[in-house]
Write a protein that binds this ligand. Sequence first.
Ligand code: PLP
Length: 371
Amino acid sequence: MHLDTTVIHAGHPPVHEPGAFLPGPLFAATYVLPGDPANQPYTYGRFANPTWSAWEAALTALEGGPAVAFPSGMAAISAIFATVLRPGDVVVLPADAYYTTRLLAQGWLAELGVKVRLAPTRGDAQGDLLDGARLLWLETPSNPELHVCDIAALSARARASGALVAVDNTTLTAALQQPLALGATFSVASDTKMLTGHADLLLGHVATASEEWHQKLRTWRTQGGAIPGPMETWLAHRHLQTLGLRLARQCDNAEALVARLRAAPAVQAVYYPGSADTAAGRLLGAQMKRAGCVVSFDLGSRARAEAFLGACTLVREATSFGGIHSSAERRARWGADAVGEGFIRFSCGAEATDDLLADVTQALAAAVRAG
Ligand code: PLP
């Protein structure tokens, strides 16, 4: 069966069971629990909730390994750090990883005595730092320059040197790239972004091929208390049902935008995994079904980038990505990524392709007029 079909039905009651297709959120801090609590699935709200169970069943079907839901992507990332890493351990991170992941590692983990090694995503450079490492952390495509690395090759090298592998799969989701099938120990994502896609909630999850790590992550959530809310979880499950449709349109829009940007003299560089970069081109189709909805490009100056953003009529200036509404931002405004002042990260929404291209085209003309 196609994954798109699986995802539409995943975590739902059986098709012939009377009742709602997707039962609504269940709000409970505690449950009626007479007698012996052993073997009761729902005992207390921090331990378990039926709305999470349905959401996690859907994520498990999508990822190909048991999934644990968390209240944000960073809560999911922290759960892996907290369960895997101990003082003296080495973690190998992408130098171009999502910047809060880097900050957490270089701050909190380093203070605990964990050693942090950094290398770029491009060229599988992290593979050269694996000696003695406990955890290899990958993020592919990386953020915001969208460089890619070979998950299967790096996982094999990590396994040979005794390291676990986690892949931050936020940008593509498991619908386009399956880290567990490629040999990773953990597939982690911010579900705030492409997976749920409506800019109305924060969530994250970790899936793992290992039952032992699955139980450790679940225990961490129960004891640490970073639990998702039932309302967000249910909304997320509702949004997940259209993931295949959203991805198809949003990837189409990204590919059309890349072609338009590459032909535009005002654009100094375009960043998108594909033919221009041979390593990425090789992984496209094999490791990743498509390259996702995020496109980055450089307009060369802050003035041009701001004029572009101000002139767009369909594109909201906002951080984050993956939603059905197109959005974009000048990344240098955060001061956290090593990018130029005119660098824009653009997240293609699900608008009709012609409308989006027309809007971008007139906004590029406005950028040129800005000098
Ligand atoms: N991973 C990536 C690649 C991200 O872009 C983000 C957020 O921007 C996160 C993780 C963190 O997710 P959240 O904001 O849901 O905590």
